[in-house]
Design a protein around this ligand. Structure first.
Ligand code: PNS
Length: 189
């Protein structure tokens, strides 16, 4: 049986990878399908994300990486797949995921959504969280595959200000000695 694992994957995390690896044990083939979403401004292009997923899943023989636009069920029908694979992390995921599964069921009766409970150690993990940590200079090596961590660091290195040593920057001005200042900090005279 063929399963589609659709998502944004901006970027793929160890939580996604865990779902893919477990999906590969349950299904003959798993197609990881990156949504081309014109309404979002992602950190990585679709081609970059597909490349990251390919590198992260190179050890799995039954994974294909693809991209799609439009409805997920249309893509699944086109690929002759009747399972959509999704990961469930926490209770708050459930509402949205159930709504998506029900919507998809109304669009295609043949396609089933199968949920895998994300492993405990990844239950807090999301692509947005990874980007936020990296944006503020925190470590992300334990959250994403190593090449993806490098890609993210490179991305933010482009935007973070690089300190230039020995640059003659103007020194901060002394605060003016106002009446208030003299009164509160005390005048030397
Ligand atoms: O990784 P994400 O962003 O949680 O993935 C969401 C995704 C891509 C699975 C979902 O937004 C989706 O299926 N979009 C395609 C449009 C669609 O089929 N909409 C109807 C189902 S809600």
């Amino acid at each position: 049986m063929l399963a589609i694992y659709p998502g944004s994957f901006d970027p793929i995390t160890l939580g996604h990878l865990d779902v893919i690896e477990r999906g590969c044990r349950l299904f003959e083939e798993v197609i990881v399908a990156v949504l081309r979403n014109p309404n979002k401004s992602p950190l990585f292009t679709v081609a970059e994300r597909m490349d990251q997923i390919r590198r992260a899943t190179a050890h799995l023989s039954n994974v294909e990486v693809d991209s799609f636009d439009g409805l997920t069920v249309t893509y699944a029908t086109m690929r002759r797949a009747n399972v959509l694979l999704r990961g469930l992390r926490v209770l708050s995921d459930f509402e949205m995921e159930l709504q998506m599964a029900h919507t998809n069921k109304t669009l295609s009766e043949e396609i089933e959504t199968v949920f895998l409970a994300t492993s405990n150690e990844h239950s807090f993990l999301s692509s947005s969280l990874v980007k936020e940590i990296a944006r503020f200079g925190g470590p992300i090596d334990h959250l994403v595959p190593p090449p993806v961590a490098l890609d993210i660091y490179r991305c933010y290195a482009k935007t973070l200000p690089v300190p230039v040593p020995n640059m003659d920057l103007p020194q901060p001005l002394e605060p003016p000695k106002t009446e208030f200042h003299r009164e509160t900090v005390g005048d030397p005279e």
